[in-house]
Write a protein that binds this ligand. Structure first.
Ligand SMILES: [Fe+2]
Ligand SMILES: [Fe+2]
Length: 168
């Protein structure tokens, strides 16, 4: 179940598209399972949660809950890609030359501070990518969905920033 503390309060828009469009599907593949992607975020935060489970319970729970929100984003993007006529296999597009997602897309890190800093950076990068994709994709439904995802990423930035202040 998604913990409400780790996502924005605004409702998620309906998942739909104006028309099928393979090019738009390809753009979203990078957000779905490219280098900086929801699939990478799910995996990275879950790893960071598992590594800290015995040391700092607060951080472990935070990472786990944020990872679950990223899985919801993965689901939204996967549905949009499918509606656009694409196939939600685990690969990126432009960022990875269409290669399959790979475990080395994850920043594993070896202490909570370099992990938190990498996670913060990846949230900023994700927002930057979503903003670019909102400009590139002329579809009002997709734009609404991406804007809504950004609101959650902004919440994650707040969590990572305050964790860095507290623990680093
Ligand atoms: Fe996300
Ligand atoms: Fe996020």
């Amino acid at each position: 179940m998604i913990n409400y503390l780790y996502h924005a309060n605004e409702p998620y828009p309906e998942i739909r598209v104006e028309n099928k469009n393979q090019y738009y599907a390809e753009i979203l593949m990078d957000d779905y399972a490219g280098f900086i992607s929801e699939f990478s975020a799910v995996s990275q935060y879950m790893y960071h949660s598992l590594k800290s489970v015995k040391s700092i319970e607060y951080l472990s729970n935070m990472w786990r809950n944020i990872s679950i929100v990223e899985m919801h984003h993965l689901d939204i993007l996967g549905q949009l890609i499918t509606l656009l006529g694409g196939k939600p296999i685990y690969r990126g597009s432009f960022s990875t030359s269409c290669q399959y997602w790979n475990g080395n897309f994850v920043y594993y890190g070896d202490n909570i501070c370099n992990q938190l800093n990498a996670d913060l950076k990846s949230e900023y990068q994700a927002i930057y990518n979503y903003e670019n994709h909102i400009c590139m994709i002329d579809d009002k439904y997709i734009r609404e969905n991406l804007k809504r995802i950004i609101l959650d990423e902004q919440i994650h930035i707040k969590y990572f920033e305050s964790a860095i202040k507290k623990f680093c």
